[in-house]
Design a protein around this ligand. Structure first.
Ligand code: SF4
Length: 607
């Protein structure tokens, strides 16, 4: 099985059992890896009507065939499970070095079930798994946890994925952190890990990932690296990280301001990537074998910090412009607090934004918040709330349940800017209409990693061979919906190959690389079929979790026109969705994949 280690580790934390299992070759061939393969295993192993935090619920760490090879920007891993935040299919992926190291340790993935009697951590060193007592590290922040485990293993190169206090307290927006500040952040995977009493997973090894055609692979890698060297998007990511997008985002109206309700704001310019580089950057940082190197190490001397990870664009939006905070250093510090406690900066920022909007609108008062005045522009209150959320203290315990829960609790569900209970990221579908499909149909709820149509319409994702054609960003037609669906399928495949979405050398080069590693002999159109199969499998899991056609929608606040870069545009969600259902082969009335579609995609077992 070229590209794979051929082995999965099954861990039952309730019994302490550790069992090696051969990787299911048919599953790998059909569902590839990462979130796709995790979804296939989950379908077999999970009680689909159970509580995501049920001890028997599986939590699946998974890599893909490109991970651990010399492929550019393929240093990622996925976690798949039922989400404690949304209640539906959840997936999250993180960069850094953990994914490749898991393969070097001898495994493609880890399936974890059960709940340890007392805090535990898992190590896999060169094919030898072991469960350890984590009582002495329970309560530590994510950075200290990673450092302590490396000390315990006496190996500074061990890679550690762990939770901080937020995961331990089962905060529904808790992340799994690895390689310092890298995060598998979305959908509350940290809460799931906390519910299993599992503090960390550490991996280390020296195994080699088999590649079917090493010479062909070398050649295509040369071509990919040459492309990335010249590529404008890669160059700006290298220069200023994902923060390089702030200026453009403000221009397009893509960066949400004041809880998605304001179209323009001068303060946004003070969050620009150029200012971040000039004023706060220490150095650039890269994931495993990534020539783009979008990672940043920055500093926040005003908060006594000489070394801080980030901030990413998403953090500058969610903890900056969304909350009307234009103090770069305060945003860097807020992002750092989220990393330390182990939380998703998007969900945390959006939930605090909702609290601000409710407070300023008189829906909640200091009597509800434990005396806190939660107002826009107040960085100090944001820093305080982050700690309260992570520890579930005071009003933080209410926010720890997420935006949808907060809005429902105070009788204003329409104020939650969520899709399927996942907070909307920092890309506004009023700026790029195709994002309406990405959000409304994303299997994990509002997600920019399953259809970055802003990238397509800015010409940064060359994939015309499979019908992903850049066009008018305000086009809200059925045909645009079809393009957005194809792109969503393409990104689902990226998440299954477990390669970074900032690496976009085009379909022919990706195809050559995949074939060189796996020897699958795929054609370009096969890639789209694979992506649609993954989307449809996750869709079926969600339908069994109670999702209906009614869930395919955008939040009310995003359907109101704004001035500024969005020029008053609002997407016609129904028209876009009609195109998307058609492209996927899902019934336009019910949103359910048809029998013909399931058969054509090799998903008969779902009928
Ligand atoms: S582009 Fe950034 S996130 Fe992607 S692999 Fe490279 S360093 Fe990691």
């Amino acid at each position: 099985m070229s590209g794979y280690m051929g082995k999965i580790l099954r861990v039952d934390l309730s019994t302490g059992s550790l069992v090696d299992e051969p990787l299911n070759e048919d599953y790998a061939r059909s569902f590839v890896g990462g979130s796709g393969l995790a979804a296939r295993y989950l379908y077999d192993l999970a009680e689909l009507d159970s509580d995501p935090l049920d001890p028997h619920a599986p939590m699946i760490f998974m890599t893909g065939p490109m991970v651990g090879t010399p492929m550019a920007s393929a240093g990622r891993y996925s976690i798949g499970a039922l989400s404690p935040l949304t209640g539906i299919w959840g997936e999250s992926n993180g960069g850094g070095f953990f994914g490749p190291e898991l393969k070097f340790a001898g495994y493609d993935g880890i399936v974890i079930t059960g709940r340890a009697e007392k805090p535990a951590w898992l190590s896999i060193v060169s094919g030898e798994p072991q469960i350890h007592d984590a009582s002495d590290i329970w309560g530590l922040g994510s950075y200290a946890t990673q450092a302590r485990i490396r000390e315990k293993l006496r190996d500074p190169k061990a890679r550690v994925a762990c939770i901080g206090p937020a995961g331990e307290h089962m905060v529904r927006m808790a992340a799994v952190m690895n390689d310092h500040g890298r995060a598998a952040a979305r959908t509350g995977m940290g809460a799931l890990m906390g519910s299993k009493n599992l503090k960390a997973v550490a991996v280390r090894g020296r195994a080699k990932v088999p590649v079917a055609d090493p010479d062909g692979f070398k050649q295509v890698l040369r071509d990919i690296n040459a492309f990335l060297k010249e590529d404008m998007a890669s160059q700006s990511l290298r220069m200023a990280g994902t923060a390089s997008y702030v200026d453009l985002a403000l221009l397009y109206g893509d960066m949400p301001i004041r809880y998605y309700k304001q179209g323009e704001w001068d303060g946004g310019n003070r969050l620009s990537g150029v200012l971040m580089v000039e004023g706060y950057q220490n150095r650039i940082a890269a994931c495993y074998r990534c020539p783009i190197a979008c990672g940043r190490e920055t500093r926040a001397p005003g908060y006594g910090l000489e070394k801080v990870d980030g901030p990413e664009y998403e953090t500058l939006g969610s903890l900056g412009s969304l909350l009307m905070i234009d103090d770069m250093e305060a945003v860097i510090y807020a992002g750092h607090l989220c990393n330390l406690y182990g939380m998703d900066t998007i969900s945390v920022g959006v939930t605090i934004g909702l609290a601000m909007e409710m407070f300023e609108g008189g829906i909640i008062s200091a009597a509800d918040t434990g005396g806190l005045e939660i107002r826009y522009g107040d960085a100090e209150i944001v820093h305080k709330l982050i700690g309260l959320i992570a520890r579930r203290e005071g009003f933080g315990a209410v926010l720890a349940e997420g935006s949808a829960s907060l809005a429902e609790r105070f009788g204003v569900p329409e104020m939650a800017v969520t899709v399927n209970r996942l907070e909307v990221p920092m890309h506004d579908p009023r700026a790029f209409a195709g994002m309406a499909v990405s959000y409304a149909l994303s299997p994990r709820g509002a997600c920019h990693m399953e259809g970055d149509m802003y990238g397509v319409d800015m010409g940064q994702v060359p994939a015309s061979e499979i019908g992903i054609i850049p066009g008018d960003r305000f086009d809200t037609s059925k045909e645009k919906g079809r393009i957005a669906a194809r792109h969503q399928a393409w990104r689902n495949l990226y998440n299954a190959l477990t390669i970074c979405q900032f690496m976009n050398p085009g379909v022919p080069l990706i195809l050559r690389a995949v074939n060189a590693v796996t020897n699958w002999g795929l054609e370009a159109e096969d890639l789209l079929v694979l992506g649609k199969r993954l989307m449809t499998l996750k869709r079926m899991i969600n339908l069994r979790r109670g999702v209906t056609r009614e869930n395919d929608r955008l939040p009310e606040i995003l359907m109101k026109p704004l001035t500024g870069g969005t020029e008053g545009h609002v997407p016609d969600v129904e028209a876009l969705l009609r195109g998307a259902y058609e492209e996927y082969g899902w019934d336009p009335e019910t949103g359910i994949p048809t029998e013909e579609t399931l058969s054509a995609l090799g998903l008969d077992f779902l009928q």
